[in-house]
Design a protein around this ligand. Structure first.
Ligand SMILES: NC(=O)c1ccc[n+]([C@@H]2O[C@H](COP(=O)([O-])OP(=O)(O)OC[C@H]3O[C@@H](n4cnc5c(N)ncnc54)[C@H](OP(=O)(O)O)[C@@H]3O)[C@@H](O)[C@H]2O)c1
Length: 382
């Protein structure tokens, strides 16, 4: 039913769940990639003896030790090694790498005409037009893995695109839902890393707490489904059971519901357009209360920044992503306050000159300038 699978970012939260789903579905795992030659990656390498191995980084010493532990099995090093996996013909490529580092793998997989299961949202946020070009040039498929976009894709199946009126993305509101901006001034990384409904990697967990993640998802939705930013809304839904909704011209709204468990959208991306046997049970309805609220844009200004950057287009979303990546790292290492994250993003969007990057090198250059600027804004903030 499904194609063989390559998992990039295999050691991360989405990567590991992808491997669990693949085992459950009986899919062949032909390649595994990650950043570091870590003990976690070694464990995975030993669990999948037939998979090609790619490691992007690591010191010369760590690489040597890793290769020695594989007792003669081949392992390739450097980003190019993950690109080589991404272009293996007739595969599904799960891109579960975090950050802009995932962009070259997205472009390579699509140019090669593969099915790309895209968890790396930064690709679409920072370089949406390049991703679209690679998709149409390579003739591959782009299947979203984010639960919200998987939900929308599922709601749209069999529908007439012309009857689409609005996309409504749900957001849990994160751990600080209902807090004022003043109350969030002293928030610690440990508090921000406690998401009420999802267990995820650190960056996306902090991004969920600031609503930067939702800002990214708005831009992703615009890229994936072709609706204008005026047709995309966000509503707070603390239970994370309704994963998103689509409104049609006749007044009907379709929603996708299920437990907040990434293994559901991951499985759908691997089996699309069919469905396989799930790892997660069906939703139990009695006693459930599903509620919806407006977003407090004063407390969470990052969402409005995301809409503005998306509308502006060009380099603005690239700057948004880069500044956030630097600001989140500074927050997690105690160099920036929680509210400082959206301040740094806003100042970077004001400061970095805008342009229209038209290739990977230009996106990487905008990203570099935005990171340097964000870093200097953080030093200035301390
Ligand atoms: N977690 C979720 O539930 C969830 C839901 C929706 C979307 N997403 C998106 O999915 C992506 C992954 O998120 P995550 O939460 O799984 O992140 P994570 O747990 O932090 O894992 C990140 C993975 O990326 C690898 N990686 C990092 N930098 C790399 C590089 N330069 N080259 C190659 N591999 C690299 C890491 O390898 P090492 O372990 O060697 O560092 C690790 O395997 C993000 O874009 C996120 O926004 C996540």
């Amino acid at each position: 039913m499904s194609r063989p699978l390559v998992v990039l970012g295999a050691t991360g939260s989405v990567g590991r769940q992808t491997l669990e789903v693949a085992n459950h579905l009986g899919l062949q795992v032909t390649g595994i990639g990650a950043r570091l030659p870590s003990p976690e990656l070694l464990d995975l390498a030993l669990s999948y003896p037939g998979a090609a191995l790619a490691v992007a980084g690591g010191s010369a010493g760590d690489r040597k030790e890793f290769a020695n532990s594989l007792a003669g099995r081949n392992v390739e090093f450097g980003s190019e090694a993950l690109i080589a996996l991404a272009v293996t013909p007739a595969q599904t490529i799960m891109n579960a790498v975090v950050g802009l580092a995932g962009l070259p793998f997205t472009l390579a997989a699509l140019e090669a005409g593969n099915r790309l299961a895209l968890a790396n949202k930064e690709s679409l946020v920072a370089a949406g037009p390049l991703v679209q070009t690679a998709l149409s040039r390579g003739g591959g498929e782009l299947i979203p893995v984010d639960s919200e976009h998987s939900a929308i894709l599922q709601c749209l199946m069999g529908e007439d695109q012309g009857a689409l009126v609005r996309l409504i993305l749900t957001a849990s509101g994160g751990p600080f839902r209902g807090w004022s901006r003043e109350e969030m001034e002293e928030v610690t990384p440990a508090q921000a890393l406690k998401h009420p409904n999802w267990v995820m990697g650190k960056r996306i967990t902090v991004d969920s707490a600031t609503l930067v993640n939702k800002a990214f998802e708005v831009i992703e939705a615009n890229q994936l489904f072709g609706l204008s930013f005026d047709q995309i809304e966000v509503v707070i839904h603390p239970q994370s059971v309704v994963h998103s909704m689509v409104e049609f011209s006749d007044g009907s709204t379709k929603a996708h519901l299920g437990y907040p468990d990434m293994r559901i959208p991951i499985a759908f991306a691997l089996t699309y357009p069919l469905r396989g046997p799930g790892l997660v049970g069906g939703f139990r309805w009695p006693g459930q209360r599903l509620t919806f609220e407006e977003v407090d844009l004063e407390a969470f200004p990052a969402l409005a920044l995301g809409f503005a950057a998306g509308r502006q287009g060009g380099s603005a979303p690239t700057i948004l992503n880069a500044a956030d990546e630097i600001a989140v790292e500074a927050f997690l290492t105690g160099r920036l306050g929680f509210n400082g994250i959206s301040r740094v993003i806003s100042d970077a969007l004001e400061t970095v000159p805008h342009s229209n990057p038209s290739n990977l090198e230009e996106v990487i250059e905008v990203d570099r300038v935005a990171r340097t600027t964000a870093a200097s804004l953080i030093v200035g903030a301390c």
